[in-house]
Design a protein around this ligand. Structure first.
Ligand SMILES: CCCCCCCCCCCCCCCC(=O)SCCNC(=O)CCNC(=O)[C@H](O)C(C)(C)COP(=O)(O)OP(=O)(O)OC[C@H]1O[C@@H](n2cnc3c(N)ncnc32)[C@H](O)[C@@H]1OP(=O)(O)O
Length: 140
């Protein structure tokens, strides 16, 4: 089920992403999700210093094959004191068939000292309003 999830990134399954069976290599998929989830957490917490702390079990539901177009979706399901917990789903763009789900991915907000730091947020933002102004100014 994709309830509450926003699907952001689309990927084209290329030959270099395949395993020996000719289907999408799970390691490639996990690398894409970790990167996508880190960017999502950075936007939610307004801090580029976030680290992956925990991933729950990964359910590879169906395989994808060369040439398939897939999309990755994430949503925040919990805001802790220093952490944020996400749910991830990957699906085929055209058939909407689920390829993978991860019920919990936890990122921790890190301070300058490298230790967990409270982030102060308790709900999802759908804009870029938490990114520090000096960073957004540098982008325009
Ligand atoms: C601004 C815009 C800029 C844009 C431009 C920049 C773009 C630039 C992109 C770069 C993107 C980089 C993305 C890197 C993504 C990686 O690849 S990170 C690399 C892999 N991860 C790591 O190396 C982390 C290694 N672990 C650690 O360093 C330590 O465990 C940590 C994370 C500092 C936490 O330490 P700790 O002693 O466990 O801390 P603790 O206070 O006990 O727990 C902290 C929180 O984690 C939770 N937690 C702890 N253990 C667990 C567990 N097993 N399960 C669930 N939750 C747990 C706790 O409940 C707590 O949450 P809260 O209750 O505070 O909400």
């Amino acid at each position: 089920m994709a309830k509450g999830i926003t699907f952001h990134t689309r990927k084209w399954v290329r030959p270099e992403d395949l395993n020996a069976n000719g289907t999408l290599f799970g390691g490639s998929l996990l690398r894409w999700i970790d990167e996508e989830a880190a960017i999502y957490s950075i936007i939610q917490l307004g801090n580029k210093h976030v680290v992956t702390k925990f991933m729950s079990e990964i359910n590879f539901i169906a395989s994808a094959k060369e040439g398939d177009l897939i999309e990755m979706g994430l949503t925040a399901i919990d805001f802790g004191r220093t952490s944020i917990t996400l749910r991830a789903e990957v699906r085929n763009i055209f058939t909407q068939e689920s390829i993978l789900t991860i019920e919990k991915i936890v990122f921790v907000n890190i301070g300058e000292d490298g230790k967990p730091e409270p982030h102060g947020y308790d709900h999802i933002t759908y804009t870029r309003d938490r990114i520090p102004l000096e960073i957004t100014k540098a982008l325009v």
